[in-house]
Design a protein around this ligand. Structure first.
Ligand code: 13P
Length: 272
């Protein structure tokens, strides 16, 4: 983490390692583990400089974690309860995810915000629960199409970041994922210019609160990322990786996205 470095230019790369994160949502049974096996063998061949995460349904976390042990693939949950345990039928707590082998958990995904009426305060509490359990929280934010059309996208996302990210967040325990709601599962993606602008807005919001440390937080883009558009999206300034839904279900396609997340090595310059 930078200590007292001069404030870098917005969206400067700041040595943030890219992350290719797959969110399987409510997809996958034991048969899907074959894709993980395939992915493991695909990535073994390459020197990948990106981090890889798969967030399967809770039922597969333990098996996937066991399979991924010793590989470059980390495993995460898709949501957690804000409490450690108790009478919350059907819920899964952060310590349970950690116990099953997860290192990370997604919180505040728009499908949770919309379909389960989760508000920023809930997301904030879940992120804190993740941190207490030693998990990295991927905190999702993003505007709806109506909000964007009304010119409110920036204010909506700034508000979500301010209210959902806990004070104890650090670049080590927290990742932000910008997922415009209208781009999720629709095949539509934001333009490179809109993605760059929103990632800049998010980083400025973090900088106002966390100072120079804000520059080390990773900010992912999510919403219809696939093999065919990953290279373009992942090289937008300020984009530190992708949160991938549908396209992460296929090992072959996710592998292409992981490769796109791996920075091109600079050509070596011969000494004079
Ligand atoms: P899609 O990649 O299927 O659009 O989903 C994005 C997403 O919601 C990842 O969390």
């Amino acid at each position: 983490m930078p200590r007292s470095a001069p404030t870098p230019a917005p969206n400067s790369v700041a040595r943030r390692r890219k992350l290719a994160a797959g969110n399987w949502k409510m997809n996958g049974t034991a048969a899907s583990l074959a894709e993980v096996k395939k992915l493991k063998s695909l990535i073994r061949k390459d020197r990948l400089a990106a981090d890889i995460l798969i967030c399967p349904p809770a039922t597969l976390i333990e098996r996937l974690a066991r399979m991924a042990k010793g590989s470059k693939v980390a495993v995460g949950g898709q949501d957690c309860h804000a409490k450690e345990q108790g009478a919350f039928t059907g819920d899964v707590s952060a310590p349970m995810l950690a116990d099953a082998g997860a290192s990370t958990v997604i919180v505040g995904h728009s499908e949770r915000r919309t379909l389960h009426a989760e508000r920023d305060a809930d997301v904030h509490a879940k992120a804190e629960a993740a941190h207490r359990a030693g998990l990295v929280a991927i905190i999702c934010v993003g505007e709806t199409l109506d909000e964007r059309s009304a010119g409110k996208a920036d204010d909506i996302v700034k508000g979500q970041v301010s209210r959902s990210v806990p004070d104890a967040a650090t670049p080590k325990n927290t990742i932000i994922a910008y997922e415009p709601v209208w781009a999720i599962g629709t095949g539509k993606t934001a333009t490179a210019a809109d993605i760059e602008a929103m990632h800049h807005t998010i980083r400025e919001t973090l900088r106002a609160r966390f100072g120079a440390a804000a520059d080390a937080f990773r900010i992912l883009y999510g919403g219809s990322v696939k093999a065919s558009n990953a290279a373009e999206i992942l090289h937008v300034p300020g984009v530190d990786g992708a949160l991938v839904g549908g396209a992460s279900l296929s090992a072959a396609e996710f592998y292409e996205i992981i490769k796109a997340a791996t920075p091109k090595r600079p050509r070596s310059i011969k000494a004079a």
